[in-house]
Design a protein around this ligand. Structure first.
Ligand code: DGL
Length: 267
């Protein structure tokens, strides 16, 4: 089992921002990525639908023989509370993101996410639980950013329109004095430069990829996950729908890492 891949899923292409960080930090581990492109977006759907889709994705990855599942998608992570499925450990990005933010912040934290993630309130609840356990008092300000996902999918990176929209979403948080901002959506690291400009250079940005990497390092060192003994890495990508644009995004976002296979699957 230790040489089996780690499964990673997202609603679409955005989770590749998480996959890339994981693949770079764990060069001996192999990864099987599932992008549910046929049913994207998740962030505007009901909690019941997001949960149903997420469970199907998890079961698909488990059937493919993964040793663990990382839910890269924040919208899906905000609806799944199980720690494992059929004894396969399942990791979400919410608690790692909250821990990373608390580590960086002096006490005023902003959260950006899809409507589903922000409506779940899970980042806020997790931040409050972790900070009160440390005896700290913090302030949290959240903002749903529904226009960010289509902008990232369109590749409008550091574009004047994207900069304006980022300013509109992020300025209220900057005015509240946030010192740390959680990018609570897999697509947002693609728009990092616009978001950083909008909040100011002094605000620390927390992305799901770096946060879940720290969590997996801990899982490996505690022996909760067994490390691969293989010297090579294999990255396979599965999607529920494919377009030339998706294929181009895969190679652009994952470069210079090599993709072993890219196939369409039915769940
Ligand atoms: N991947 C989703 C997330 O991280 C954003 C895209 C979507 O709405 O499906 O929340």
């Amino acid at each position: 089992m230790s040489n089996s891949p780690i499964g990673v899923f997202d609603s679409g292409v955005g989770g590749l921002t998480v996959l890339k960080v994981l693949a770079e930090h764990f060069p001996s581990e192999s990864f099987l990525y599932l992008g549910d492109t046929a049913r994207l977006p998740y962030g505007s759907k009901s909690p019941e639908t997001i949960r149903k889709y997420s469970e199907q994705n998890i079961r698909f990855l488990i059937q493919q023989g993964v040793k663990a599942v990382v839910i890269a998608c924040n919208s899906a992570s905000s609806q799944i509370v199980e720690k494992d499925f059929d004894k396969v450990p399942v990791f979400t990005v919410i608690e790692p993101g909250a821990k990373a933010a608390l580590h960086t912040s002096e006490g005023t934290i902003g959260v950006l996410g899809t409507r589903a993630t922000i409506a779940s309130g899970l980042y806020e609840k997790t931040l409050l639980r972790l900070s009160s356990a440390e005896g700290r008092s913090i302030q949290i300000f959240s903002q749903a950013c529904p226009l960010f996902v289509p902008l990232a999918e369109e590749g409008w990176v550091d574009d004047p329109i994207t900069n304006l929209i980022a300013y509109r979403y992020c300025q209220p948080l900057a005015q509240k004095g946030v010192d740390t901002l959680i990018l609570g959506c897999t697509h947002y690291p693609i728009l990092k430069s616009s978001i950083q400009k909008a909040v100011g250079g002094g605000v620390a940005l927390i992305d799901s990829g770096s946060a879940i990497t720290l969590q997996l390092k801990e899982e490996f060192s505690l022996g909760h996950l067994s490390a691969s003994s293989s010297s090579g890495q294999r990255i396979d990508i599965r999607t529920t729908d494919i377009s030339p644009q998706f294929e181009a995004m895969v190679h652009q976002l994952m470069s210079p890492l090599m993709i072993h296979s890219l196939e369409v699957v039915t769940l």
